[in-house]
Ligand binder design. Structure first.
Ligand SMILES: [Zn+2]
Length: 250
């Protein structure tokens, strides 16, 4: 799902490493600030949340102790939120950051699965995404679909399985705003308006299926998503259908 696009890989004083490399799980950094608002690093791979994808969890290791990180707050700076009672590093401390791999990898599979799902539903039924949310390996996505067509759930599930089996590449790139908005798919998915001052748009492309402006972390190809089980189709009112999906190890 789109939103929270960035013109650069900087958030305040922090270089966001995960935007260029979603596979990074450990890195070295220096503490720039520590306060009640959280810990600011010069370099961080913690995804701060956005576009429906929740923030990462992980740890900072320093001086033989660890600070567990349970959330991320994004303002002028990227602030890592420590677990209550954990020791805090001082400004200037060299730390090693580490992302909790199981949670992040599950969220990458789930996020990519939702892009695949929205691409399939648009191709098969021509309807747009109006909202969504995800937890590791579980998600919902809302569509503006006036009626639920005969066999909808099975057809969507079948098309998702085929797209996973195709093992399409999932590519991330940055491009100038004008160029991005010339892609028809971007106009259809950018329902959440991009900030007018944004000059560079981050694009996530499931090659041959779905192209979106997006700030999240993704797996490298559709087979890495795993299975996409369509759990339920709910009617939430006029033109408002909610699909619940589960990501499985196939
Ligand atoms: Zn997304």
């Amino acid at each position: 799902m789109g939103s929270h696009m960035h013109g650069s890989d900087m958030q305040g004083r922090t270089h966001r490493l995960e935007l260029a490399d979603a596979t990074l799980r450990e890195w070295d950094a220096q503490v720039l600030d520590v306060s009640d608002e959280g810990i600011v690093l010069d370099r961080s791979a913690f995804y701060p949340g956005g576009g429906g994808q929740p923030p990462d969890h992980g740890v900072l290791l320093w001086g033989g102790v660890q600070t567990r990180i349970e959330g991320v707050r994004r303002g002028d700076d990227l602030r890592l939120i420590p677990a209550e009672g954990d020791p805090l590093p001082q400004v200037g401390t060299a730390v090693q950051g580490a992302i909790e791999d199981a949670r992040r990898t599950a969220l990458m599979r789930t996020h990519s699965g939702l892009h695949l799902l929205s691409g399939v539903v648009f191709r098969e039924y021509g309807c747009l995404v109006t909202g969504g949310n995800m937890e590791p390996l579980e998600a919902r996505m809302d569509f503006n679909l006036p009626e639920v067509p005969e066999g909808f759930k099975d057809r969507v599930a079948q098309a998702c399985a085929e797209e996973v089996a195709q093992d399409r590449a999932i590519e991330v790139s940055n491009m100038p705003r004008d160029e991005a908005f010339a892609i028809p798919d971007i106009i259809r998915t950018a329902t959440n308006l991009l900030p007018p001052d944004l000059e560079i748009v981050r694009i996530v492309d499931i090659v041959g299926l779905d192209t979106q402006a997006d700030g999240g972390t993704h797996v490298a190809s559709t087979r890495q998503i795993g299975g996409i089980e369509v759990v339920k189709v709910e009617n939430k009112g006029k033109g408002f259908r909610r699909l619940r999906v589960r990501i499985t190890d196939d």
